[in-house]
Write a protein that binds this ligand. Sequence first.
Ligand code: LRH
Ligand code: MN
Length: 409
Amino acid sequence: MQGPSSSVRLARVSTDPVGLEVIRERGVDVEPTLAQLRQLEIETPSWGYGDSGTRFHVYPWPGAARTVHERITDAALVHRLTGACPSVAIHIPWDRVDDWSELVQFAESQGIRIGAVNPNLFQEDVYRLGSFCNPDPDVRRQALDHCLECVEIAGAVGSSIVSLWLADGTNYPGQDDLRGRFRHLVDGLGELYAALPDGVKLLVEYKFFEPAFYATDLPDWGTAALVCCKLGPRAQVLVDTGHHALSTNIEQIVALLLEEGLLGGFHFNSRKYADDDLIVGSIDPFELFRIMNEIVAAKLDPSTASVADEIAFMIDQSHNVEGKLEAMIQSVVNIQTAFAKALLIDRNHLREVQKAGDVLVAHRALVDAYETDVRPLLVALRAASNLPSDPVEAFRSSGHAERLARERA
Ligand code: LRH
Ligand code: MN
């Protein structure tokens, strides 16, 4: 089975202090910037380490994780190489085990913890016409029971997040009563919300289509926000960056959800056409930067800092043709890069020229930061924690890929 050979030379990341000088000359206080970067924690998805594909084919990758323990092992390797991924999200039943405390201990022995618990209401035959929105009350009950089990699991693994995405929707006009389905949704999520123990948040993820192709019950940020407002303060919106109609202004949605205290988390990935789940920042890195700009601005604003500081940064991707581990590591690097560039924006200058209505100079304030090479900053960040200056190169030259391919053959 053909896989990449580690002999391929990767472009060397510049470790010269000059780059850092360039950043200092911009008037950037490097230490506080590094401190903010050090606080950036990115949760990786257990399901991103196994073989995945499209409806056309799943191409097996040599050494891909097959069990929840292997998925946690791989997530821990990504954390050891990046220093930025101390938790892994799990999906139920894909990651269900009989002994949750054993899994918690295993994760801790690997140096990470278990993060968000994701119910799965899209793989049982009974959910053909939906789960919480299904016309059949018994099916709605079954969906609720599955989510209540996930609340239990969150308690057992010490997780503070139940992250819910519903595939629910219809395929044809007239297929079902759209208002009736929304009422079922709110009633069902109301019972789920009431069962949340203290300290546990419910994140509500929306998606504009697929697998439903006429009406999706949770299609957009507005519907998700409406539902969260009906539920209560521990219900917040999860923005999956691949779940919007083309040319949707995602950073504007992020800004508004931050302003309203409704933004709970992200599923980062990239897409060119639909929900492509590609490596985050690979298709439109400037969009990722614009999103990070809104987050950094909110962190600096006392009225939104608390919600901004609580955002769950999570990756949600499937790697169909590339190595899972190096793709995940590259994703972490892309998120760190976008966040670092957003930290370089001269906010005082920006506010001044915005107030002055100087359109172009205001825009250039963002572009200037975006076009700054932050790799020296990330190298300094990693060096301070004895981490490899280029974690992708470190993985490639480590022999991990070959070892895992042998061990998991
Ligand atoms: C749905 C989704 C959701 C997950 C699944 C793996 O498209 O984004 O977050 O449950 O992908
Ligand atoms: Mn998602």
